[in-house]
Design a protein around this ligand. Sequence first.
Ligand SMILES: [Zn+2]
Length: 327
Amino acid sequence: MDEVVVGIDIGGTVTKFGLVTKTGKVVLLDRMPTTGFDGFNDYFKTLVHKISVMTGKMSDRVTGIGIGAPMGNFLEGSIDMATNLGWGKKIMVARTFSEFFNKPAFLTNDATAAAIGEKTGGVAKNMDDFLVITLGTGLGCGIYVNGTVLHGKHGYAGELGHVIVDPKGRKCNCGRRGCLETYVSASGIMKSVRAFKNKKLFEGSVLHDRTAYPDSKAVARAAAAGDPLAEYVFEFTGKVLADALANIIAMFNPEAIILSGGLANAGNLLIDPLEQFLNQKVLTNLCGKTKIHISKLDSEKIAVLGAASYAWQMINDHSHSNSLMVC
Ligand SMILES: [Zn+2]
């Protein structure tokens, strides 16, 4: 039987984990809530118990642990500013897992893990220059340049969600105003509904019934059914994203930009206005050169696969192992 790595995706509401072979096959997969625990130690105790049950007789085949998390700092293996989870300012997650399982553990940003997942088993398999944009509650970005993941000097490269698109715009959780993710994300969609619903044009919109349309999925359903406010919200979202992508394309000249996460499932509702506005905004010499894809990978698996693939990379990369392996 092949060796495996434990891949863990720590999301804001759900934690997914599984066993992944060196060739990128997800052997087992499970999930549990991230919230509802009495601090990180309580959460950790439940998670490692579940992982131990999952690995069972295969535990001697576990080679390491890979973790993807929002605000994941790969340099220190920590989750920084995890205050929204009630875990404090800096949690040394990789070290804690490594000490418990007595195996090397590696942590990276969740969007970087998604990009590694696309490179390992997705549409970016044969690409060296691409970006993955994760559209969930917030907006994350994983970047490949010349076939290598871009981490940045302090491990925070790819915080595209906090690029300011309107200095006087919506208030962001980071404490500033007008960040991209306050417009282009599941929560951004709901903010747009609230911002536009009082326009006279949208008086008859079904979205005025907040209990029937409580989240971005419901707004997508309403847009697909032809509700004018819902359609306008997706058009507006596509337009804001198009401006951001035109800037990204000018910066990185990528072969492709892959959209993943819950909001990406809106498909053409988002892609159609995005492509229309992008063609107008992108530099003329780059027009039509960067392909926009919706991830085809199972959203349940991608981050787990990416986190595990990151660990496999780090285990195999001896040049990094001296400085970064946490044992
Ligand atoms: Zn922000």
